[in-house]
Each structure stands twice: as structure tokens, then as C-alpha cells.
Design a binder for this molecule. Sequence first.
Ligand code: ATP
Ligand code: MG
Length: 284
Amino acid sequence: MYIGTEQLTHTYMPGTPFATEALQDITFNLKQGCFALIIGPSGSGKSTLIQHLNGLLKPTAGQVFFAGQSTGSDKKALLNLRKKIGLVFQMPEEQFFSETVFDEIAFAPRNQGLGEKEVAKRVSDAFKKTGLKSAGLLKRHPFQLSAGQKRLVAIAAVLSLNPEVLILDEPTVALDLESKNNLFNLLAKLNRKEGLTVIVSTHHLDDVAALADTALVLNQGRLMLWGPLEEVFSRRELLHEMGLSLPAVTEIMHSLAESGFPVNTAVYTIQKAQQEIMAAKKRG
Ligand SMILES: Nc1ncnc2c1ncn2[C@@H]1O[C@H](COP(=O)(O)OP(=O)(O)OP(=O)(O)O)[C@@H](O)[C@H]1O
Ligand SMILES: [Mg+2]
């Protein structure tokens, strides 16, 4: 097991009239280098689960594992964990607090006590990885950037710690199509070329599904399904019952199959769908 949980339960405000059991008995494990989706409707516990994976929230019961070990609750161990597991929050740019993009990306490495020379290198490397180009951007105020640029700066601010795992909570919210595509290209590069384990929470499966190999499905704080993406996506009715739909292109393939056109339904991109439909046509 590389990263995962064992019978993880989390209750907010336990012992009060407001107690909410946000996660119940969650057990799963992910392989190093995977690209996993955490899928679930609003309020299903995605953000709560994600915040356990890098030690920001502590389990009410059960355990979280990283690199084969229980992450425990020792303060030093948790600080170390947060260096290895980078977390990009939902709408991260709302939490920008620095005067320049440079300082925003430099915050975490400076906080670790690294020298300014190393900090500058970390900033430059992280900035370049995101595909942001103009060096002038680093001197700008973070609030002067476009929504897509802000999101990439927020990711650079986490990459500057050189994490092994990158977790993003609903990273496409409020982005236009071009910014989404930039983001997906970046995640694909980090996962496939740099070997980072990537975990993304979402309730829009449309675009990110083509990148992922594993999926976890949460509903009302329970883990309903988890495993290889194709297996999870084959449980279409269960997903529909939870108010989730498969990527539009996959739904179309299911409709075709149901109406007697013999296509493979495990298709998540328009390009693949075209190939599959042409192949089915040839097969007659
Ligand atoms: N800080 C908190 N205090 C009390 N209850 C909370 C807190 N944060 C979340 N909850 C509750 O825990 C449950 C799970 O919330 P969570 O934010 O993890 O869901 P989510 O799947 O991330 O939802 P969304 O898609 O809307 O972001 C919900 O019932 C929510 O109301
Ligand atoms: Mg959330």
C-alpha cells in the first residue's frame, strides 16, 4: 500500500448537537504513480477525505497510511507528511496572501528554512513546470492574474515543495475550457513524465476521466465503490442513483450499445469514441 486508509471515520464537532459523521469506515489503497479520482456528489465527504490524506484532519477512528506506514499523529511526522503530499484546496486562489507571485510560490520552501538561492530555484522550477511562461508574471500581484493563471500559480506554490503526491480538490471549478485543458496537460505531465501520484476530487467526470486509471466513489460519507476506473465506470446505474453521470461521450456509447450498435462502452474521449464507432461499423 502506498497511500490509503483503514476503517477511517471522521466526525465533525463530536459530542455536540452539531456532530456530523462526514466519513464512515473508509478503507482503500492506491499504488504509487497512479492517477486516482475521488468522485461523489456535494457533501459526500471528498474534501474531508482529502484533508486526512496529508494530515490536515485527524481521524476520529481508523488510520491513514502513506508509504506503507500509519501516518500517526506525531507533529513532526505530520509536518514531514505535508512536504511529501501536496494539497491544492478547492478555489485555492482565494487564499493567496503574498504581494507577488514569486513570494506566493516561495512561501512553503521559505517556511521550511531553505536558503534564498534554493528558494529561487524551487520557485523557478515550479513556475516552469506549470507552463506559465512570462518571467514578468513572477513580479505581478497574484490578484492581477487571470483565473487560469491563478490556479496554475496555486499549483506551483505546492509543487515548490517537490511533493511525491499531488492532491487537488475540485481543480476545474470556475475555469474556462482553455484553462481546464492547460490544467489537464499539466496533470498528465506530472503523472506520466515526473512520476507523481495524482489524486483529484471532482463531480464533473467529463474531461478528467481520460487521464485517470483508478476511481473512488463516495456517497453520504461512505465509500460505495473503488478500483480500476473501467470497473467503477461499468457500474453506471449505481452512479446514476447517486446523481452522478459518466462522461457525456461514455453515456452516448452506452446509448448506442443499448440500441443494438455493438460498441465498447469503456470510452472516455471523443477521439476514442470515433475510433470505436468506426471499428464497430467495419465489423458490421
Ligand atoms: N468544518 C466542518 N464542520 C462541520 N461539518 C462539516 C465541516 N466540513 C464539512 N462538513 C460536513 O461534512 C460532510 C462532508 O463534507 P465535505 O466538504 O467533505 O463534502 P464534499 O464532498 O467535499 O462536498 P463538495 O462537493 O460540496 O465540496 C457534509 O455533510 C458537510 O456539511
Ligand atoms: Mg469539497
